[in-house]
Each structure stands twice: as C-alpha cells, then as structure tokens.
Design a protein around this ligand. Sequence first.
Ligand SMILES: Cc1cc2nc3c(=O)[nH]c(=O)nc-3n(C[C@H](O)[C@H](O)[C@H](O)COP(=O)(O)OP(=O)(O)OC[C@H]3O[C@@H](n4cnc5c(N)ncnc54)[C@H](O)[C@@H]3O)c2cc1C
Length: 471
Amino acid sequence: MAERHIVIVGGGFSGTALAIHLARSGHAGLKVTVIEPREQLGRGVAYGTRDPSHRINVPAERMHLSAAEEGDFDRWFRASPACQIDAEARWHDGKLYPQRAQFGAYLNELYRLAAASSAVKLHHVRDRAVALENGAVITASGQGYRADDVVLAISHPPPALPSLLKHLTHSRALVANPWRVDALAGVVPTDRVAIIGSGLTMSDVVASLHRQGHRGEITAFSRRGQLPRPNLSGQFAPRALDYSRPQAATVRGWLRRVRDEIKAAAALNLPWQLVLDDIRSNGQRLWQQFSLKEQQRFLRHLRPWWDVHRYRIAPQVSAVLEQLQDDGRLTVKAARLVKAEDNQGRITLTLQPRGATPESLTVDKIIVTTGPAHGALLSSDALLSQLATQGAIQADPLALGIWVNAQSQTLNIHGNANPHLYVVGPAARGRFGELMGLPQVAEHAETLARSLLDTASFPQAGRCPASLKTL
Ligand SMILES: Cc1cc2nc3c(=O)[nH]c(=O)nc-3n(C[C@H](O)[C@H](O)[C@H](O)COP(=O)(O)OP(=O)(O)OC[C@H]3O[C@@H](n4cnc5c(N)ncnc54)[C@H](O)[C@@H]3O)c2cc1C
C-alpha cells in the first residue's frame, strides 16, 4: 500500500503536538516526519531553555496537549523526581510553576510514547529544512523528503536588533539574542546592565542574572515601561462572560465592555484576571469577528495593554523583580532609546523618558529583549524566504506571521490556498488571533491533525500532489 507522508517542519511545541495527535488518531499507511535540528522534539524556543530560573508562566494544571488531558502535566510533574528537587516550583497557594525545561521533557516523553505505540510511523530527522522543491522538503544536509502534505511549525525568530544598535553588532557589550545558550555568560556580577524591553523575555533575563549572583544595577526600559502582571494566587471558579449579549463590533466597544466586566467582577471581590482569562479562551472567535481595520486598531492602541495583562509571569519570577526593585538594583523606565554610542568598550545610551528631558546612561552590557521578531518571520528562515520569494506564501496583513485560511492552509500572493501546505501554531495568529498560550496552540494542533486525517482528497497517497510539486 502506498504510504501517505506528512512532513512537519519544526519540532517545537506546535510541530510535536501535531505529530502526537496524528500518531494518536492516525492509522497504518501514514508516515509523519518531523524535521527539527534540536536534539529533542517538544522543546522549541520556549521549552528548550535549561535555565532553572525560567519557569512556565501559568500553573502546571493549565498546560496540556488537549482539553481531554487537563491536569496531566501537573500530575506528571508531581510524580517526577524533579518536583522533589525543585521545592521552589510550589507556590504558597499550592500551585506548581515548574521550570520550562520540565514541560519540554514531558512533551518529549509523550512523543516517544506515541511513536512506540502507534500504527503511524513517526520519525524525527535532525536537520534544518531549507527549501521545498518538486514536492520534496530539502534539508541543509542535502536530503530530500517527498511529502503529500507539508506543515510549517516555525514560530519564534530571535528578537530584531533595534536600528539604533546596529552599529554595535560587534561590540562585546551587546547581547543581541538573549535566547542563545550562554548568552549571559559574559555578564559579570558587578556589570551595570541596560535591558531594552520590559516584557516576558526581560523577566527571564533578570531572573537569570539574579540566579547567577548579579549585583550590578539593572535598568530595563520600554516605551510604556509596563511590566507583565503576576498570575492569580489562590483558587477561583472561572468567570464566564455572557457572549449571547449584543456584542460590540469595534475594539473601543470591547474595551468598554471589558472595563465594565472587570468592575462587575471587582464588586463581587473577584480579580480582573478571571475576566481576561475568559476573553482569552474565547479570543479566536472574538478576533475573527473584527474587521481588518479593527484588528489593526487593536494592535496599534491596545496591544501593549493587552500583552502585559494577558502574558503573565510566574509568581517566583514576579517576586524576584519586586525584590530587586525594592532593593534599588532594578529600575524600570518608560523611555525611548534615542542614541547609543560605543564608549571604550562600554555603551552610553541616551534615553528619552516620557514627558521628561533626555538622560544619559553608561552601561557595561545592553541586552535586547524586545521579543520574537514575528514581523520578520518570512525573512528569518531559508525555507520561508524561498516560499515567500516564489509567492507561494505571504505574510499576513497584520505582520504577525504567515497568512492562512480558516483551515490553516497557506495563501499564496494571489490569495489562493495551497491545499497541501499548512501552518500550525502561533505563526497563524494573523487569522486566528489568540494563538500563543499552550491551550490554544494545543487545540490548533489537534484540530489540524483531525482535518489532515479527514482529508478525503488523498486517493493517490505516496504520489506527491501536483499543487505541492509546482511550489
Ligand atoms: C520564551 C517563551 C516562553 C513561553 N512560555 C510559555 C508558558 O510558560 N506557558 C504558555 O502557555 N505559553 C508559553 N509560551 C508560548 C508558547 O508555548 C509558544 O508559543 C509555543 O511553544 C510555540 O512553539 P512553536 O513550536 O510553534 O515554535 P518555536 O518554539 O519557535 O519552535 C519552532 C521550532 O522549529 C525549529 N525550526 C525553525 N526553523 C526550522 C527549519 N527551517 N527547519 C526545521 N526546523 C526549524 C526550531 O529549531 C524550533 O525548535 C512561551 C513562548 C516563548 C517564546
């Protein structure tokens, strides 16, 4: 029997979750190849870190591969030796915030279990995909993998270097990619450090510096100087908003509604987090009801506000930030970078604080934590560049990732769907909106697995579809 072959490019959370769902629900005659250069699947940018101070940013009970498995990671971690060793993982309210590497280990174990017990053939090819030619995915080592379907699972390029820092590329004082292994190894404990960005990556970097005994002053700055909010402590029943009420078609209308909902919750002594959590879990539906203009308006005006409330941090990390701020070792400023000059190996920054006169800051290191450069995703990777140059794929109109239709099929520059070239995970956010946190990405992978397995258009499995061949 001819084998149907699905090739997944990228084995971070999204690609690995898709492979597991395909293995669990697929049948003999299906082969799934995950092309991923990292040694283990399931790690990716988020869970590939080995730094013990990097923790998952929601309680373990909320990290799962499908809604049916709610609580599974929490149970797995509680039963693991790592839970006994890492006493800090348990917060005062009893919730667990394990190190992110633990979630990677959990996912890798699920993958290995699926590979061992499924009739579907699962393979991890340790390589990097660099092109798609005549229906075959070509890797950096020159191998070709003929595919019936290709799924792109590449989400997080490294942060972009701000243009004002480009001339410092060769300076040892610049840490341009904080995700590189040992990126902070060159920071000595007494260094005066500036961090550009004040979100989740900044929080990771400060937690890492704290763990490595940093004593020097740290200044983090971003235009609004807003820090991610901590997660909710304690047990609360979820709060469901009434979506049957007539709903605003504008982001301004929704902002009003959210404020009203938060006030109503506060009147019952309930925290705002419950309102945002409910909106987040209904986010994909709400997002797709907005016109493109309203989506653009959201990104322009509300995104920074949404991001700091929606992307929260583990309470352990929040406590470190608070302690360092109280000790005067960490300052968070609302300021814009206007100049950066090399100053005999150090860097002198000119910052423009909001509504105040410019100030100068000389530091030993500057670390870029502006987050993944999603707007540059298509040029960040050889395969995506090739496909974009050919017009086979395009960036979404909001520059959040790759433009897809409701079935997650990529759209070419003419807006036509490539029926056998898909995207899984956050790179499809332009279409789906809320597609970053684990529950939503897991659901996306599960839905795509189902639709790939349901595809009735495969009478010729094993013979590469013409539409892929012509890409
Ligand atoms: C730092 C960070 C921390 C996060 N923490 C949490 C959290 O605590 N809780 C939560 O719910 N969500 C969290 N998230 C969000 C969420 O879990 C991630 O968005 C999710 O893991 C996305 O994974 P991915 O596989 O789509 O992408 P990525 O992590 O970007 O993985 C893509 C993989 O593709 C590989 N790759 C890239 N190009 C190629 C190529 N050409 N060929 C082959 N392979 C390639 C890369 O090596 C990488 O392993 C976090 C996100 C980040 C960035």
